[in-house]
Design a protein around this ligand. Structure first.
Ligand code: SF4
Ligand code: SF4
Length: 438
């Protein structure tokens, strides 16, 4: 029985003469030459060994759905749901397949044509999409958990809720940022970067990572940069774009573009990898909107990850950290933004010879936005795989650049009893340790 519900078709979804939805850019899909070189990089294929859980298999499923050769039913949706959207496949593809774009449009089609079981609908549409992108709602949603923890009843939660609660650190503190942070050290023109930068505060970061926000701004200030944080900004839209709600993602993009246009900066800094990749893709997100396309492209060209803006002085001495430090590549920094060298250079500046590479550093930790809530079983397998590799490396500090990875890896290490290993955002690592002069 088909689960298609035509009434929810997105208004801008094209159809062919036979009335079939054309949600997929056929040319982008045909770029896949089926070589299979991406299979060894795909975390879900590594775990299941099932071709349908591989990039090549999923592209085949997407095309079969569009061609009408496959009904949009539970099994097809399952293989697409299981994709992390990590884009490791995209980074190794010799044919330049834009897998992330194919997935986003397919998910948009799935969410508007496939009726999920009620719990999945509630989880996605209400618990996640109506809470996570709104910091005030997130703070309110966390109150019951803090209360349960305070009276010691959190251990009696059902497994799903207990696992979700384990992701929230007990010492999590938020922050309300000011609109302006002046630098005490003067202009940063000597480093070739502008003197004023905009800062994207995000949704999860100001609720759970207040110190990281302050450290990020502090590092920019120390580099001579004045930091402006526009009040009118909101969620970057990554959560919506990755979960099949492209129109909602576009609304977020328009709001942020207008907010940052008002502060006239030539660089916009973000310290969360997942948000950064979406911000850098506003141009393609709004390419079909004549009023916003050029403004979106101009905004996207200004966006930089924090690690791209912080500068390591040439010839600077290696650091003095006594820790054994490793680095986990957040998928949306390494694969979507292709930034792997800059964070390592910054870490080595502090850690010196204490830096060790992490085996499988660029394999997803299972966080993948809200994947660890919607697909907890696979997320836990990948979390365990990540923890095993960290323990194998002998590291006592794991540095990364995305809030989801921080929460997922911390929870995994805690479950494994490896409480001697600290998991830190790059900004906290650079700000805290001696020898940090970036
Ligand atoms: S997505 Fe790229 S790497 Fe994977 S099978 Fe297709 S062409 Fe090959
Ligand atoms: S995005 Fe990640 S999980 Fe999805 S097919 Fe590509 S490599 Fe596999």
């Amino acid at each position: 029985m088909s689960l298609v519900t035509e009434s929810s078709t997105p208004p801008n979804e094209a159809r062919n003469d036979a009335g079939v939805s054309l949600f997929l850019d056929e040319q982008k899909a045909l770029a896949c030459i089926h070589c299979g070189l991406c299979l060894g990089s795909c975390p879900t294929y590594l775990e299941t060994g099932n071709e349908n859980d591989s990039p090549r298999g999923r592209i085949y499923l997407m095309r079969a759905l569009q061609d009408g050769r496959l009904a949009l039913e539970a099994e097809a949706a399952r293989h697409l749901d299981l994709c992390l959207g990590c884009r490791a496949c995209e980074a190794v593809c010799p044919s330049g397949v834009q897998y992330g774009a194919l997935l986003e449009h397919t998910r948009d089609h799935v969410e508007h044509h496939y009726r999920r079981p009620w719990f999945q609908r509630f989880l996605r549409r209400v618990a996640i999409e109506r809470v996570f992108p709104f910091p005030t709602r997130m703070k309110l949603a966390l109150l019951p958990l803090r209360g349960l923890r305070w009276i010691g009843l959190d251990r009696w939660l059902p497994k799903f809720l207990k696992d979700a609660a384990a992701l929230v650190p007990r010492d999590a503190q938020g922050v309300d940022l000011e609109e302006m942070y002046a630098s005490e050290t003067g202009g940063g023109a000597s480093s070739g970067v502008p003197q004023s930068v905009g800062f994207v505060s995000g949704c999860v970061m100001p609720v759970l990572f207040g110190a990281t926000q302050q450290n990020s701004i502090g590092l920019l200030n120390r580099q001579g940069l004045e930091v402006k944080v526009p009040r009118d900004q909101g969620c970057c839209g990554a959560l919506y774009a990755h979960s099949g709600q492209l129109e909602l993602a576009r609304e977020c993009a328009r709001k942020n573009i207008a907010a940052f246009e008002a502060i006239s900066v030539s660089t916009i800094v973000i310290n969360a990898a997942g948000c950064g990749s979406t911000l850098k893709e506003y141009g393609s997100l709004l390419a079909e909107d004549p009023e916003w396309a050029d403004r979106a492209a101009a905004f996207a060209a200004k966006v930089k990850d924090l690690s791209e803006v912080l500068v390591v002085e040439p010839g600077s001495a290696s650091g003095t950290s006594k820790d054994r430090v490793t680095y986990h590549d957040a998928c949306h920094l390494a694969h979507a933004q292709r930034i792997v060298r800059e964070p390592r250079q910054l870490i080595r500046r502090v850690a010196g010879t204490g830096f060790v590479e992490l085996p499988e550093s660029d394999v997803c930790c299972g966080s993948a936005g809200t994947y660890n809530l919607t697909e907890p079983a696979m997320a836990e397998r990948l979390q365990s795989r990540k923890v095993e590799n960290i323990l194998k490396s002998g590291a006592t500090v794991v540095v990364t650049t995305n809030p989801g990875c921080l929460l997922q890896i911390r929870a995994g290490l805690e479950r494994a009893g490896a409480t001697h290993v600290r998991v830190m955002h790059l900004a906290d690592f650079l700000a805290e340790l001696p020898g940090s002069t970036v």
